[in-house]
Design a protein. Sequence first.
Length: 329
Amino acid sequence: MPSVDVAGEFETIRRLFAPLAHPEWGRGLQDDVAVVPSRPGHDLVLTKDAIVEGVHFLPTDPLDMVARKLMRVNLSDLAAKGAEPFGYLLACHWSERCGWPERMMFCDGLRVDQKTFGVALLGGDTVATPGPASFSMTLLGWIPKGLTVARAGARAGDLVFVTGAIGDGWLGLEAVQGRLSLDAERVAALADHYRLPLPRTEFAIPIRDMASAAIDVSDGLIADLAHIAEAGRVALEIDLESVPRSAAGQAWLDGRVDEQAALEKLVTGGDDYEIAFTAAPRDEATLRREAERRHLRLTKIGRVTAGQGVVARFAGQTVSFDRTGFTHG
């Protein structure tokens, strides 16, 4: 993991990152490259996400949780493509608050999720910065050749599904910033969801086998569905009342006077890391069986029609949004 010469860099690599390296392909992190052999009959799928202190995580967040969130948001992208992850490249931009204990904590978080999700470090870079801390990961995965699920591919007549619950990411941010008035247990659950999302890696194979188009819900359900609509040159008709909510999300919604406005916040907030996808009606029963077998909530929220964009309805009336989700600078 070569980089600009900064104090502690090589010790950080040798003592903290080398034990996380892939035993063969990472080359002990003693080279300028990783060497990954090809896998016959498979395509190599890559994704990359970055998180920045003060934007994607709070300055007070413990770095083990930051590391795990970084890995999980990347895993979510691969799951939505139907791919199996195996390794990653990592770039760490340590701020002045990131001393040796904080770096150890960061690597402890990586170690936990490497074991959970079956991935290993291949290489990367580590530098110091006077600005806020930031971290970037490139995650690599395999998928049988030609089967990567694209954003494009939705067809008129397909159904629209989403895993899990929508809105807990945005509510979790509200929770960690002290802006929710729910009971303490629900506030804690929402904060945990924001800091440590759960990628739907267990549903990658059904997505690969049956989804006509898919995307992970990171920027907001409406914004991400709009990507599917644009890529496929179709319209997605969504019933806002059918969008799934957690118990905490429902409790928050029950306390709102304007249900429609509240629902709009849940479907545009982002950071949910669920999978939104389209599939043929003939596959609905199989998809539900596969979800049930994995103890995963699966909800049909709409359908694909001829046209363009996302058409959201509440109480039978079309809804217009001031913003559809988070936009990156």
